[in-house]
Ligand binder design. Structure first.
Ligand code: SAM
Length: 246
């Protein structure tokens, strides 16, 4: 495992074993077990149902057989995806997050939660999914790792399939946005630990749309919709067609 990925694994293992639901959807009011589980899962449906409608609207409607939820955490989005797809595979690098996801699984056995500690998706064959969905994940990864996974998404989805990628593309000019942009990471990590009492640091990285497009060989970004992902970053949801390009 690369040093960068090992650190990511350690941080998310700690976050998953102390406050999994808060670490997935950070909200100061939900610290110390403040998330109601039904409300947590409902937030997943509130995200996935419109995204599936948007895929249809854009003419991207993939087959509804097998979907990959990359960085599934406690299974918030996996459960919602199971309402639209026959089989859902949720992968995560954090074993305790996956324990939580298995505990919250409401799909009656249609979600397969898998641990992946590699910087790639070699546990999956080429063209083995209809859709890859990921949100609130790539932003926490060092850029080289995020870029490697993006290439892998294009490989594991079959032609005619799609990707839905939630990524912050730039910091906003708020105090926190500027801190993340300009203050050296060790100081931000220290503030998270000492002032905000985070169980482990949470990095934030941005990813420009042009770079995403460059990495997704054989794919086309059909729409990039802005959505609310906190006040401090401009978040985009990219809807991507896989294959079928002239
Ligand atoms: C903020 S949570 C989001 C969870 C889920 N996507 C959601 O929106 O409910 C980020 C998740 O990404 C996972 N993660 C971080 N790096 C990863 C990697 N390299 N591979 C797979 N999962 C990863 C973390 O363990 C954590 O569960």
């Amino acid at each position: 495992m690369s040093v960068g990925l090992e650190q990511v694994r350690r941080d998310w293992t700690r976050l998953g074993s102390t406050e999994p639901l808060w670490a997935v959807c950070v909200d100061p009011d939900k610290r110390d077990g403040g998330w109601d589980e039904d409300e947590f899962l409902a937030s997943g449906r509130a995200e996935i149902d419109p995204a599936v409608r948007r895929l249809d609207e854009l003419g991207l409607a993939p087959r509804r057989e097998r979907v990959l939820d990359f960085g599934c955490g406690a299974g918030r989005l996996s459960n919602a995806l199971a309402a639209h797809f026959d089989r859902v595979v949720g992968v995560d690098i954090s074993a305790p997050m996956l324990d939580e996801a298995r505990r919250l699984d409401r799909s009656k056995g249609r979600i397969d939660f898998r641990l992946n500690e590699r910087p790639d998706l070699s546990l999956f064959a080429d063209d083995s999914f209809d859709l890859v969905y990921t949100d609130l994940v790539l932003q926490h990864l060092p850029t080289d790792l995020a870029e490697g996974y993006l290439r892998e998404f294009a490989r594991v989805v079959r032609p005619g399939g799609a990707l839905v990628l939630g990524v912050p593309e730039s910091e906003r000019r708020t105090f926190k946005g500027l801190v993340f942009k300009y203050v050296p990471w060790p100081l931000v990590a220290l503030a998270q630990r000492v002032i905000l009492r985070y169980p482990a640091p949470m990095r934030m990285h941005t990813l420009r749309t042009e770079r995403v497009a460059e990495l997704l060989t054989g794919c086309r970004i059909v729409a990039s919709d802005e959505y609310w992902g906190g006040d401090h970053w401009r978040h985009l949801k990219h809807y991507v067609q896989v294959g079928g390009l002239a």
